[in-house]
Design a protein around this ligand. Sequence first.
Ligand code: ADP
Length: 181
Amino acid sequence: MNKEIVFQEFLGGRVRLVEGDITRLDVDAIVNAANKSLLGGGGVDGAIHRAAGPQLVEACKKIGGCETGNAVITPGFNLKARYVIHTVGPVWQGGNHDEPGLLASCYRKSLELASQHPIKSIAFTNISTGIYGFPKEAAAQVAINTTTKFLEINDLSSIVWFVCFDKENYNLYLSHLSSKY
Ligand code: ADP
């Protein structure tokens, strides 16, 4: 359970916002901001691989890679989460390389995968807003708009968590979610 975790609820409880470390969350699936190789890296990717244990990279090796904007699923191994969904966010290249479209695709494909598995709760990190350099304000809008639209259209019964590791992202999400929902 997530008893010790303080979160805010939106959209009638279907969306939750929390500040913290995604590897510690007790949910059915966490979404990793992976790179195309799927073999681990820095940031949240490194944290997830460390917490899941070496079996995770073995499972990722078998998949063989993932394109930008796409998502794949593995078990969560030593994590509390039963699944890890690995999605590859776009590297920010100034905004004229379909970065918002590719980021939206990451959220959509991850939610599609969730809807095809026994996943009742899924947690997203702030994909592409670290090493990949996507502006945080724009990324928060893409994440929230894409997710809420998916929930409305697909009637997905999962609870979606937005997990913000840094205060800046948390405040952006809080303000955007509060103003809309
Ligand atoms: P990307 O390469 O997609 O930018 P990063 O891992 O560098 O991926 O950053 C993505 C986001 O994940 C950033 O906002 C960063 O603050 C956040 N992050 C880093 N570590 C964690 C963690 N343990 N839990 C949740 N989010 C994290």
